[in-house]
Design a protein around this ligand. Structure first.
Ligand code: MF3
Ligand code: CO
Length: 249
């Protein structure tokens, strides 16, 4: 069942989204060679708690950290650690703020220092893929139109779309209905309606779309060792189209 959001719930989600967006804006300068991914995690946790919100990933199904920090071939759910970021790395930072019972979720990929032209193209294509999905997230379209737009664009660029992890409805729960696939045929699934809230969060690999899981049970990597990137926004559907509640300034 897809839960439509009330005006009050949307107000709270927007407040949470603003904090998540503000944290990502601050990370643009904070993420650089020489810092540890645990430093990023501390930064995210203190940023969110400063606004009296909770970093909702911490403790979610036993996940131990406030953020996911996914480097190079890590697709998603990488653990913050003592690893020191190196010039040329790419890293995705994923976070969720919980505010008075409502969630907002956004992941963003960052270049660490100077990165290769191929890595830069991966970041550009993945970010554009997110916005291609957002463009068709309008009332009257169907949920699978989003994934179809994303897959069509990404594959035309020579990259692949991860199948194992998907976008999701969001609100009082971090993960609600509907499932938002980033691939597949159009014209399937629920019709998109006003006051729905969901994420779009394509993960794009340079090589094959296949993933494998580390022994920690969380860290997902590309099976072929190729680079992977991800951009994620939380959206609320309005009369005027999708409103991105985690949009950065
Ligand atoms: N923010 C992630 C998402 O996009 C959830 C990560 S799983 C967690 O759905 F355990 F880290 F929370
Ligand atoms: Co997320």
């Amino acid at each position: 069942m897809i839960v439509l959001k009330s005006r009050h719930e949307i107000t709270l989600m927007k407040e949470a989204g603003k904090v998540v967006a503000g944290c990502h804006e601050a990370l643009r300068d904070f993420v650089r060679p020489g810092i540890r991914t645990l430093d990023i995690d501390e930064f995210v946790e203190s940023f969110i708690t400063k606004y009296n919100m909770e970093p909702a990933q911490k403790g979610y199904r036993g996940y131990p950290f406030a953020s996911c920090t996914s480097i190079n071939d890590v697709v998603c759910h990488g653990f913050p650690s003592d690893y020191v970021l190196q010039d040329g790395d790419i890293i995705t930072v994923d976070m969720v703020a919980l505010h008075k019972g409502l969630h907002a979720d956004s992941a963003w990929s960052y270049a660490v220092g100077d990165i290769s032209p191929e890595a830069q193209r991966l970041l550009d294509v993945t970010k554009t893929a997110l916005y291609k999905g957002i463009e068709v997230a309008v009332e009257g379209n169907q949920i699978s139109d989003i994934g179809h737009a994303i897959q069509t664009y990404v594959e035309a660029q020579g990259f692949s779309v991860v199948r194992d992890y998907i976008g999701h409805g969001i609100g009082r729960q971090m993960h609600e209905s509907p499932e938002v696939l980033h691939f597949g045929p159009p014209h399937r699934g629920a019709r998109i309606r006003k006051n729905m809230a969901f994420t779009i969060e394509p993960m794009v690999n340079v090589g094959s779309y296949e993933c494998k899981l580390d022994d920690d049970g969380w860290t997902a990597r590309t099976q072929d060792g190729s680079l992977s990137a991800q951009y994620e926004h939380t959206l609320v559907i309005t009369d005027n189209g999708p409103e991105i509640i985690t949009e950065q300034a």
